[in-house]
Design a protein around this ligand. Structure first.
Ligand SMILES: *Cc1c(COP(=O)(O)O)cnc(C)c1O
Length: 356
C-alpha cells in the first residue's frame, strides 16, 4: 500500500542497544521516547528489545496504548488539569512544574489508591517547561512534602527545544544542585536525575555528564541515529530506519520553466525557475499533506526534488541510471519534522519490517 513508511525493526533495536549500552556503562538509565510514532506498541517493543528501562511520551493517549509493555511509563508533557484521571491511570511518573497540578495529582492518586511518581522540572534557560525561580522552587518542594500520594522520584531538565540552549557540564551542574536541595528538604535521596533528551547524547559520548546524572529521555537518537545538539550522526547507528516510499503516477518529459504568466503556487508563494531545458519528470502520489513542509532526501543520489503540493511530489529523474516506469517506487530518507508528519498522516501506511 502506497504511500508507505517502511520501519526497519532490527535497525531500531540496534540503535537503541548501542545507546543503552553506552549509557549503562556510565550508570545511566534510558527512557525510550515514543511520541514520534504515537506510542505504537509494535514499534515501542524495539526499544524494549534494545534495553530501555522506561517508556516515555508527551501524550497520555499514546501512553494508554502501551499498557501491554511492562516497563514504567513516563508522561513527558506537563499534565493538563483536565486529564489528571488518565495521568494517574496510565503514567507511573509524570514531569511537573505546577503546584496546582501536583495537588490535583495527589487527590486523584488517593482516589485511585496509587502513589504517583513525579519528576520536578527546572528551567535552566531554554525557556520551555520547568520552575525558573529559586523562591518558587523552594516553596513547591516544601508543599510537595505534604502530599501523601506523591512520590518525588527525581529532578529533570529539558533543553534544546524552545531556546536551542545546549546542555553543558555547567548548566547540568545546576540541575544537580537543585536535586541536592530537594534531597535536603525531603530528607531522602532522589532516584532520578534526568539530564535531558537527544541533545545530551554528545556529553555521553565525551563522558562529560555529571556523575549524579543517571537518566536520559531519548527519542530522536534512536529513531534517526542523530544527536540534536549539533545534528551529528551517532557513530555505529543507522540513519535510515524510517523511509518514505512513494509511487510514480506520471512520468513525462517536460520543460523546466512553466509556460505562461507566473502568479502564485498552491501555497501563496511566487515560484521561480531555472531553465535547464527539457527534463524527465516523475510525479509521486504523496504530498505536503503527508510530509508537511519538511525536507526529504532521495535515497538515489541522481534524483532531485523539484517541488511538492498537497498531494503530489515532483522529482527530476533525468540523471538516474534506473529506468523508471509508472508504478515504480522511489525511496526517501527523512529528518525529524518530515518523520513526525508522515507518522501522523492517516494516509501513509506504516509498514514494520521485522525478520522472523
Ligand atoms: C520529546 C521529549 C524528549 C525526547 O526528545 P528527543 O530529542 O526526541 O530525544 C525528552 N523530554 C521531553 C520533555 C520531551 O518532550
Amino acid at each position: 500500500m502506497n504511500p508507505r513508511l517502511d520501519i526497519n525493526y532490527e535497525k531500531l533495536v540496534h540503535n537503541t542497544r548501542i545507546l543503552t549500552k553506552k549509557a549503562e556503562q556510565q550508570g545511566i538509565v534510558v527512557a525510550g521516547v515514543t511520541k514520534v510514532f504515537q506510542g505504537n506498541p509494535a514499534v515501542a517493543q524495539a526499544y524494549i528489545d534494545g534495553g530501555v528501562q522506561h517508556l516515555a511520551d508527551s501524550r497520555i493517549s499514546n501512553l494508554s496504548k502501551l499498557t501491554s509493555l511492562s516497563v514504567p511509563k513516563i508522561l513527558l508533557r506537563i499534565p493538563m488539569h483536565s486529564e489528571i484521571g488518565d495521568v494517574v491511570k496510565y503514567a507511573d511518573i509524570s514531569l511537573n512544574s505546577e503546584l496546582s497540578t501536583l495537588k490535583l495529582l495527589n487527590e486523584e492518586a488517593k482516589i485511585q489508591a496509587k502513589i504517583h511518581g513525579v519528576i520536578v522540572m527546572v528551567d535552566l534557560g531554554d525557556l520551555r517547561e520547568g520552575i525558573f525561580s529559586d523562591k518558587e522552587f523552594n516553596k513547591t518542594i516544601m508543599e510537595i512534602k505534604e502530599l501523601q500520594f506523591i512520590d518525588v522520584k527525581g529532578i529533570g531538565v529539558n533543553l534544546t527545544c524552545h531556546g536551542g540552549v545546549i546542555p553543558t557540564e555547567k548548566n547540568l551542574s545546576k540541575l544537580v544542585a537543585y536535586g541536592k536541595r530537594i534531597e535536603e528538604i525531603l530528607g531522602h535521596e532522589l532516584e532520578i536525575y534526568s539530564g535531558g533528551n537527544s541533545s545530551s547524547v554528545y556529553l555521553l559520548d565525551q563522558k562529560k555528564l555529571h556523575p549524579k546524572i543517571n537518566h536520559l529521555r531519548l527519542g530522536e537518537a534512536f529513531v534517526l541515529g542523530t544527536e540534536s545538539a549539533y545534528g551529528e550522526k551517532i557513530p555505529n547507528t543507522h540513519q535510515d530506519i524510517f523511509q518514505l516510499v512513494g509511487e510514480i503516477v506520471e512520468l513525462k518529459e517536460k520543460p523546466s520553466v512553466p509556460i505562461g504568466e507566473i502568479g502564485m503556487d498552491a501555497f501563496g508563494n511566487t515560484p521561480s525557475f531555472e531553465d535547464r531545458g527539457i527534463r524527465k519528470r516523475a510525479i509521486l502520489a504523496v504530498g505536503k499533506q503527508d510530509f508537511g513542509s519538511y525536507d526529504l532526501f532521495p535515497v538515489e543520489e541522481d534524483i532531485t526534488i523539484l517541488g511538492s503540493s498537497s498531494d503530489h511530489l515532483i522529482i527530476d529523474v533525468t540523471n538516474s541510471k534506473l529506468n523508471y516506469r509508472v508504478g515504480d517506487e522511489v525511496r526517501f530518507n527523512l529528518r525529524y519534522g518530515a518523520l513526525l508528519s508522515l507518522l501522523t498522516s492517516p494516509y501513509v501506511h506504516k509498514n514494520i519490517i521485522k525478520e522472523l
